[in-house]
Write a protein that binds this ligand. Structure first.
Ligand code: FDA
Length: 399
């Protein structure tokens, strides 16, 4: 095929965005509205699939408490610029412009009153305003770079642009089309990748601790800790181990072999069992626990503490130790439920190779990476979408 024939078949754009998730659509809309000719390519058959299933179908689209310390990254400062320029209030203003009704559920988490579909439709309308061209069901077979142009072969077509944005997310929930494509592409262009791990994911228990699985379905408000991270939310026992918001949150900080500490009675003062011994000497530990925790959990904990008889029968020292154990019950998970069940990925394209202002690769002009593909992971509660919007916005301003 001659050069002329190739150039006739190659469509030219100002920017090509790979991935039509939250980050890619936001980036495309902003760049398009700034007058750039933008093409978005996705291999899935529809855009924004993760948005549609998020927040139980209502999309927890941001968090009013968004702040850099709610993100995990090898460089904790990286998020500051983008979040500082496009914050929760900016996205909320967009949601309100579209008349989408919303509510704050808890802990600053904002959800649609109606459906997550409204957020996808809003982003698609914003893309329309920017005359963005969107191609779905378009598998990408090759990405090449030469003469200042990125050439993307997809579904039998070739498009080229001087700017390419990697917005294909992380490998969480592969059955929805998630892939490690972003990492392969980043490595192809010499960018480093921080080892990806499943995050916001249930943890599994084995051995002695597996006995707690008998409590499947029981949940309680706890404080869960892993290393220096701690979260006061609900924990849930499952058939495989531990879940619930408190556990999902600490899972993002967890490395295999590390213990998770759970405070089952976060409001109980220190030595509360000694005080109880004075006030209710005939009560059992199980009865005291059952007054504060679900019955089955109280029974399982009391059984493991093995303090038979009433409180009056116990030495003070034994009660102090029991109190300490209840406030820092150690579990060593044998693993997690993996990428198949993880809401997000920790790790990803190393931020050291990217500009925090524009998301452009420092050593590869015209190459950008945004959203979950990057080594930035938010807490549970709308923080991850806020990163998708903010990083997409930052790159969209720079394209
Ligand atoms: P995202 O994964 O959304 O988009 C990437 C796009 O790239 C997809 O459309 C995919 O098809 C495409 N793609 C992948 N590989 C490709 C390839 N090889 N070729 C072409 N295209 C490719 N967060 C939050 O803040 N609030 C919430 O309520 C929830 N809820 C939630 C529920 C569930 C079940 C999950 C799994 C996740 C959440 N999250 C969340 C996390 C949130 O969904 C996530 O952080 C963002 O969707 C990330 O946006 P991105 O655009 O970066 O990636």
């Amino acid at each position: 095929m001659g050069i002329g024939a190739t150039s006739r078949m190659t469509e030219t754009f100002d920017a090509i965005i790979l991935g039509a998730g939250g980050a890619g659509l936001m980036c495309a809309a902003i760049a398009g509205q700034r007058g750039r000719r933008v093409l978005v390519i996705d291999h899935a058959n529809a855009p924004g699939k993760k948005i549609l299933i998020s927040g139980g179908g209502r999309c927890n689209f941001t968090n009013l408490g968004t702040a850099p310390d709610r993100y995990i990254s090898m460089n904790p400062h990286f998020v500051k610029s983008a979040l500082g320029r496009y914050g929760a209030q900016d996205f909320l203003a967009l949601v309100e412009r579209y008349g989408i009704a919303w509510h704050e559920k808890t802990l600053g988490q904002l959800f649609c009153d109606g459906s997550a579909r409204q957020i996808v439709d809003m982003l698609l309308s914003e893309c329309d305003r920017g005359e963005v061209e969107l191609r779905v069901a378009a598998p990408i077979s090759d990405v090449a770079h030469g003469d200042g142009q990125y050439r993307v072969t997809h579904g039998g077509r070739v498009a080229q642009a001087p700017a390419l944005v990697i917005a294909t997310g992380g490998p969480s929930i592969p059955k929805m089309g998630a892939s490690g494509f972003a990492y392969d592409l980043a490595r192809q262009f010499g960018l480093k990748v921080v080892e990806p791990r499943p995050a916001l994911v249930p943890l599994t228990l084995s051995g002695e601790e597996a006995l707690f699985r008998d409590l499947a379905g029981v949940s309680a408000p706890v404080v869960a800790r892993c290393g220096k991270a701690s979260f006061a939310e609900a924990a849930l026992f499952t058939h495989r181990g531990l879940s619930g918001p408190a556990i999902l949150q600490v899972s993002s900080y967890w490395y295999p072999g590390q213990p998770i500490g759970i405070d089952f009675l976060p409001r109980a003062p220190e030595d509360w069992l000694i005080a109880a011994k004075r006030e209710r000497p005939r009560a059992t530990v199980q009865q005291l626990l059952a007054a504060q925790l679900p019955d089955r959990l109280a029974g399982a904990l009391a059984e493991r503490l093995a303090l038979t008889g009433g409180l009056a029968d116990q030495k003070d020292r034994a009660l102090v130790e029991a109190g300490q154990r209840l406030s820092d019950w150690r579990f060593v998970p044998n693993g997690s439920e993996g990428f198949a069940k993880a809401e997000v990925t920790v790790g990803g394209i190393d931020t050291a190779g990217l500009s925090s202002k524009t998301m452009e690769a420092r050593k590869v002009p015209g190459l950008y990476a945004i959203g979950e593909a990057v080594d930035v992971t938010g807490w549970l509660g709308g923080y991850n979408f806020q990163w998708a919007w903010a990083s997409g916005w930052a790159a969209g301003q720079a394209l």
